[in-house]
Design a protein around this ligand. Sequence first.
Ligand code: ATP
Ligand code: MG
Length: 426
Amino acid sequence: MKLSLPKGTKDILPNQIHLWQKAERVFAEVCAQYGFSEIRIPTFEHTDIFERGVGNATDVVRKEMYTFEDKGGRSITLRPEGTAGVVRSFIENGMGSMPSPVKLFYNITAFRYEKMQKGRYREFHQFGVEAFGSSGPEIDAEIISLLCTFFERVGIAQTRLCINSIGCPSCRPIYHQALVEYFSDKVAAMCDDCKARYEINPQRMIDCKEQRCKPFVTEAPRQIEYLCQDCRTHFSGLQASLSSLDITYEVDPSIVRGLDYYSRTVFEFVSDHVGTQGTICGGGRYDRLVETMGGPSVPGIGFAMGVERFLMEAESQGVVLSEREPVKLCLVHMSDASYQKVFQLAHRLRRAGISCEVDLMGRSFRAQMKYANKLGIPYMIVIGDDEVASGKAKIKRMKDGFEMDIEISDLPEQAALFMNESKKEI
Ligand code: ATP
Ligand code: MG
């Protein structure tokens, strides 16, 4: 038996979980404030959902998918991202008839067979949103502002926001042609991926990160120079909206995004702290995706943020995403008879919503005190035979020994009162 994690996966251990929970909670809160509702989609889908929804020409579909045949002979794929599954659900559940825009958010794991690097895993997490039915550009600005609010709320400085427009089906073919001409005498010197992209979708060559391709890519024509009037108006509308919200951005004509279905607005939040690629979050508009996947003609826009990369960024900015809360109260017993009592009291306290610990290791009095100390439990009640007999005990604040008498029969109420009052005093 190989007792180790598969490459590219990780455990999120109890000493890290509070970071995740805080990020998840804040993301859900911010989404709710912007009127987004949560959607939960399955971990796997029929493979063709991703082939159609992500695009056959993408690296994700060509190289990175975890695809297998199930026992019924169906081709199944672990989701490499969230958009395709959400769009499938949007169509299948007839969400096109809901009041527009339909605004959804998700918190998922995603799976890609990739080379392990800093910030690059085979199972990773994404927070994302998708909004259907509005062609923007105000909604584009709204979801970007949602991200800015999220960053602000968790206390990280906004990372670099880069935006671009990659045109629409009416202006893209002209650009396509310009790229084909430009790369025609260069493609032979470029990487194998670019050779393949040249045949399938030369626009993807702009996204190449290979050192040998970079000089050619830097000089290549940019979509932004080939935008039609409608795309140009849309893009300047987005910029005006962002400026009106005081959101700092830069236009980066080299952003094309890895996925095929984007049109017009694409954007990324980038940072120097999160590994070679630097992208914490990527998003964009996909006005023809719903239709391409067999649904009504409904425009859409969304983003996905890599949670691991977001947490790396938070850490490198020195942000403490709240400390883990230890349980509040330790009930210490001094005899077999009082143990019975303490055990029952713990049950009552927990039912009343007060977190507490009770000995489960047969520890001596001293050892129980030591254990409570190690865990950093802030309050303690010691119960021995005398306390059981008199029905009275003392609750003590550990940091300074401040204590108060309480009636054991009223324990939950009196303990809660003491802990609240003594918190105010500090
Ligand atoms: P990259 O350029 O880093 O490969 P991508 O364009 O493939 O990113 P998207 O498909 O747009 O990424 O996914 C959105 C976000 O999910 C990325 O910006 C990144 O933060 C995160 N992400 C993507 N792939 C991984 C991975 N293998 N491990 C961890 N996070 C990832
Ligand atoms: Mg990728």
